[in-house]
Design a protein around this ligand. Structure first.
Ligand code: 5GP
Length: 269
């Protein structure tokens, strides 16, 4: 009982703690990671910074971090509901969530349902062409190399993941794809492709792989089914309009931002 009280006091403290008191573990392009309130946890802070083309293009997009925090919470909670293990514990505030600390596998796992982006460029397939089946690709996570595409041979030879890990990663990626495709289809959005990251957690001698990092319009391609309008980070990458409007539209359709339709007070005569 006392332990539980101490734990909630630590978490409450963390929620209101000024940034200066936190120990920063890592700062990436879109997120900052802080030490969590108890062992094995991390606070993930979503920044408003947007980058593209390996940070050659940069901007600060008002509200992006708040939207991605909410959307990642929504998708990770949905995955938990269907039994797909992931790092999410709970949202702390507008920009922060408490997640399980894990050792990130140095791979970007990309699942594609329709050709777009680098696949279209590499293979000369028109953007929007439906693929014969979902295709999973792996990129080695290294910004200085531009996250190059690698094969399972590279992954095994360099020891980034074992064969058992690769079987588990493939199965996680395809389950996330089925879940995300269905959720998006229900609100009139096509899931063209997405990227996830995978983390290792250790329970004693036993290790498990879980979905980590974030799932948000920063890491997916989302097209309106009727109009083809892009509702993801390509809006920023390709200068197609206002990124926050696009992400808000995704959040609105999913019912993630109920306060977005709060009306102004009206005078009653
Ligand atoms: P592509 O390889 O076509 O550039 O990207 C395929 C998918 O993975 C897209 O949905 C894209 O947003 C996502 N993706 C690829 N690399 C990254 C990355 O470094 N960061 C993020 N957030 N998403 C990525």
């Amino acid at each position: 009982m006392r332990a539980a009280a101490a734990r909630s006091a630590r978490i409450a403290d963390m929620e209101g703690a000024p940034m200066a008191r936190r120990k920063k573990i890592y700062e990436g392009k879109a997120k900052i990671l802080y030490e969590g309130p108890e062992p094995g946890t991390i606070v993930q802070y979503f920044k408003d910074d947007a980058t593209a083309f390996n940070a050659e293009k940069k901007d600060v997009i008002d509200g992006k971090g708040v939207l991605n925090n909410r959307l990642s919470e929504f998708f990770m909670n949905g995955l938990t509901q269907i039994g797909v293990p992931n790092h999410f514990i709970r949202r702390l505030n507008m920009r922060e969530q408490l997640v399980r600390n894990c050792e990130i596998v140095p791979l970007e796992v990309i699942v594609r349902n329709y050709a777009a982006g680098t696949m279209s460029k590499r293979l000369g397939i028109a953007e929007g062409t439906q693929l014969p089946r979902p295709i999973v690709e792996y990129c080695y996570k290294d910004d200085s190399l531009g996250d190059p595409l690698v094969t399972e041979e590279h992954i095994a030879a360099f020891g980034w993941a074992s064969q058992q890990d690769m079987d588990d990663i493939l199965s996680l990626a395809l389950r996330v794809n089925d879940f995300m495709s269905g959720v998006m289809l229900a609100v009139g959005i096509r899931l063209v492709d997405f990227k996830i990251e995978i983390g290792r957690v250790f329970d004693g001698d036993y290790q498990r792989l879980i979905v980590a990092d974030e799932i948000s319009p920063d890491s997916c391609r989302l097209w309106d089914i009727e109009t083809g309008q892009k509702l993801d980070k390509d809006v920023f990458r390709r200068d197609l309009g206002n990124l926050t409007d696009a992400y808000s539209e995704v959040a609105r359709r999913l019912g993630v931002l109920p306060q977005s339709n709060v009306t102004k007070p009206t005078l009653i005569n």
